[in-house]
Design a protein around this ligand. Structure first.
Ligand code: 5GP
Ligand code: MN
Length: 343
């Protein structure tokens, strides 16, 4: 039976009534997934709810500084405990993902849970019939901005404290590429202005996120750009392919490759950048584009994925060499849109 997702205003009245709440996010959470869930967590805590934040998988260590991150359950390590929380929850907030399959091994437990699933997300083509209520808005910069809007719309702007501010700022800043992507609307700057007036120290957040890596990671990036990047000028495209041996040699951990896909876009004329990483169990792909190149459709069509118009991802079970050759075929099939230099 197809259910129509109600608007999130359906729950405003009940926010202050204590409940059992689970907040979850997509697998391998990024700054927005972790920032939006922890921002919501800190907002809900004072209302005396019983709240558990669950990540479907582990996450990058550059997120560990976020207030509350040390209490997040990793589903892959604590599935029995997490399943019990999910089954008992009155509300299950689902943040920064559009389909339940983005929660990997948690999907069936979420589907079978009796509680109300509530969506807050900005990805395209959400699985609306899987949610009791929520907001899906692809025009929004980040889920963190949507959590900020939710708090305001429910009438609680004055409750935004330092913990909430840091988490939401981290989410909006990372998802907008430090306020440079076209999604950086006036409302994003208005939100940041409000957070700054409330005492946010934004440079501390930037340092926590970007200045805590290992020397190995920087050398890995050097090697990657020198030896693992191929540029296809006739298609205004560049591809980075990373082997398992590279990951082992430089001791690369979850999150160390974050942002690497953006580097080729700094080459004049490049409007599609891709990275394929051999993670052993699968080849993980990320796509970034400029202007009129729709990588959401590209990732859906060729790499079992999806995402946003200018930022998407996918995966393949084929060997790395096959994924590289498939990518080359895919760009040649999209020659018309790629070869015309138009920004
Ligand atoms: P990233 O390349 O940073 O992993 O992801 C870019 C965007 O694409 C994110 O919004 C992410 O949620 C989405 N995305 C990444 N991988 C997948 C995937 O395998 N399937 C779908 N549907 N979306 C993905
Ligand atoms: Mn996001």
């Amino acid at each position: 039976m197809l259910r129509i997702m109600k608007h999130i205003s359906d729950i405003y009245q009940e926010i202050s009534t204590p409940k059992k709440i689970v907040i979850t996010m997509h697998q391998k959470p990024d700054g927005d997934a972790m920032g939006s869930t922890l921002g919501l967590y800190h907002f809900l805590l004072p209302f005396k709810h019983e709240i558990v934040v669950i990540s479907p998988t582990n996450w990058a260590s550059f997120l560990d500084w976020m207030p509350g991150c040390n209490e997040v359950l990793d589903y892959e390590k604590m599935s029995t405990k997490a399943d019990a929380f999910i089954q008992a929850a009155d509300w299950i907030f689902c943040l920064d993902f559009n389909t339940l399959s983005r929660t990997k091994n948690m999907e069936s437990c979420l589907l079978n849970a009796p509680g109300k699933r509530i969506l807050i997300d900005h990805h395209q083509q959400p699985q609306k019939d899987a949610f009791y209520c929520g907001i899906s808005d692809t025009s929004k910069s980040s889920t963190a901005e949507m959590v900020y809007d939710f708090i305001n719309a429910a009438g609680y702007n004055q409750n935004i404290d330092s913990n909430i501010s840091q988490c939401l700022y981290a989410g909006v800043m990372t998802d907008t590429g430090s306020f440079r992507f076209p999604s950086t609307s006036a409302s994003v700057h208005e939100m940041v202005s409000d957070l700054l007036k409330k005492g946010l120290q934004q440079s501390v957040v930037h340092e926590n996120l970007f200045d805590n890596f290992t020397e190995n990671r920087l050398r890995f990036i050097g090697n990657t750009l020198l030896n693992r990047m191929e540029v296809f000028y006739e298609y205004n495209t560049a591809l980075i392919a990373i082997t398992q041996q590279d990951l082992i040699k430089y001791d690369i951990k979850t999150g160390d490759t974050e942002g690497l896909v953006n580097y080729p876009l700094s080459i004049e004329g490049i409007k599609l950048a891709a990275i394929v990483i051999d993670r052993g169990e699968e080849r993980k792909c990320s796509f970034r584009s400029k202007g009129n190149v729709d990588v959401n459709t590209f990732a859906r069509k060729y790499f079992n994925g999806g995402g946003h118009f200018n930022a998407a991802g996918g995966f393949s079970k084929d060997p790395l060499e096959k994924v590289i050759s498939d990518f080359k075929i895919a760009i040649s099939e999209n020659k018309d849109i790629l070869s015309t230099y138009k920004f």
